[in-house]
Design a protein around this ligand. Structure first.
Ligand code: HEM
Length: 242
């Protein structure tokens, strides 16, 4: 593997994440009519923007906090707060993104939860919620015993990557579904590959690339905190003030 340090790679990933947010916003603004809160299709447009921003980009940023060399020494409290805070921000945007699509469906009499995308998406959000609650209870609150933190840490790490890949899969299936729903007439049929399809397909590939690079960065041994399995790193937030 290329021997590059984490910070420039992180800057590249940050730019890629921002590009994904910019492209999904541009797609909804330019081709899908923009944004509103009236319950119509412009309310739906918040859904892809908030899901990509929350459950992919912010979530990916939260996952990578402990790969920053600055987190390896000094007080851990600010980094734990940053990790949990970014994940909480991702959760808030996710809930708002789901509210947008449910409001759109309910205002238009469209049934809820019929598609593979919706089942996978909601399953991902439920897993993410459990992950956040279990992480909060185990690593943040003082009463979880050390053996429980030790037992749970590899599970938390495994589901961290799994949830990100499920989020990416949900986004890709959602983009695909939206293109099939929207591009059906005349010269804009999906199979004729109009400009919107090229744009949104590219967005899907970039989201996939972002997810793969984050999971790759998480798995790379030389970017892991050297003492990541030490007892110290398993201390609860409220007693790890060093
Ligand atoms: C992590 C990301 C995502 C999650 C967790 C997610 C989750 C969901 C859920 C639970 C629904 C069902 C809402 C209902 O039944 O009322 C839904 C609907 C929908 N989503 Fe997403 N979504 C995600 C990203 C996207 C993206 C990026 C798009 C791109 C446009 C998209 C397009 C759609 C569409 C078209 C629907 C309506 C049709 C349907 O119910 O399948 N989603 N999404």
């Amino acid at each position: 593997m290329l021997d590059i340090p984490f910070p420039p790679f992180c800057a590249f990933l940050g730019s890629l994440g921002l590009l994904c947010v910019a492209l999904v916003s541009a797609w909804c603004q330019h081709w899908r009519g923009g944004f509103s809160l009236d319950g119509g299709s412009r309310t739906f447009n918040w859904h892809p923007v908030l899901m990509v921003t929350g459950l992919v980009v912010l979530y990916g940023a939260a996952a990578l906090v402990y790969r920053l060399p600055n987190t390896w020494s000094g007080p851990k409290l600010p980094w734990k707060l940053l990790h949990g805070g970014l994940a909480l921000g991702a959760f808030v945007l996710t809930v708002l993104g789901l509210a947008a699509v449910f409001r759109f469906h309910n205002s238009n009499g469209t049934p809820n939860m019929y598609s593979l995308h919706s089942w996978m998406g909601l399953g991902t959000v439920l897993l993410f919620s459990c992950q956040w609650a279990a992480g909060f209870g185990t690593f943040l609150l003082p009463w979880a015993p050390a053996w429980l933190r030790q037992l749970y840490k590899p599970i938390h790490v495994f589901f961290g990557s799994t949830i990100l890949m499920l989020s990416v899969a949900s986004c890709v299936s959602g983009i695909n579904e939206k293109l099939f729903f929207s591009l059906k007439n005349g010269t804009t049929q999906y199979k004729l590959l109009p400009a919107e399809a090229v744009f949104a397909n590219t967005l899907g590939i970039l989201i996939l690339l972002f997810g793969v690079l984050v999971v790759g960065a998480l798995a790379r041994p030389s970017w892991k905190r050297p003492d990541s399995d030490s007892l110290d790193s398993r201390q609860p937030l409220l007693s790890a003030e060093r």
